[in-house]
Design a binder for this molecule. Structure first.
Ligand code: SF4
Length: 127
């Protein structure tokens, strides 16, 4: 059976999902969003091999694994998404980020290209 890309190479599909396994199976590029903003963009293989944003890292660590030793508890991204009516002033992930530091609450980081075709919105990069 031909894939969509083989049948219609000029076509594109925008898939919006929380299911990273579906992303890994079907997508060429992935944009991870949080708080209404793109936090990381890269080709799908690169993002899964080298997630740079703390939210992306938390998402990928929370995927249950069927291989290896079974963990006692599933990993989660702690906390909850802030209300759209009360978003943090700086980084939108600051209330849940295990790596937050001084500038994060005050200044929203720009989306920077930190390696070819791999963009991240985080103060840990571009300093
Ligand atoms: S900018 Fe700061 S709070 Fe936001 S993801 Fe990066 S380290 Fe975490």
């Amino acid at each position: 059976m031909l894939t969509l890309k083989e049948r219609r190479p000029e076509a594109a599909i925008l898939l919006i999902t929380h299911n990273m396994a579906v992303v890994a199976e079907t997508c060429d590029r992935v944009a991870v969003m949080y708080g209404g903003k793109i936090q990381e963009v890269a080709p799908v293989e690169r993002l899964f091999a080298n997630p740079l944003h703390p939210y992306t890292q938390g998402l990928l660590e929370s995927i249950p694994r069927v291989d290896g030793e079974r963990p006692k508890r599933l990993k989660v991204v702690p906390g909850t998404v802030p209300s759209i009516l009360d978003m943090p002033k700086g980084c939108k992930f600051v209330t849940r980020c295990p790596k937050r530091f001084e500038p994060c609450a005050e200044h929203e980081p720009p989306l920077l290209e930190v390696e070819p075709d791999h963009f991240v919105r985080c103060h840990l990069f571009g300093r």
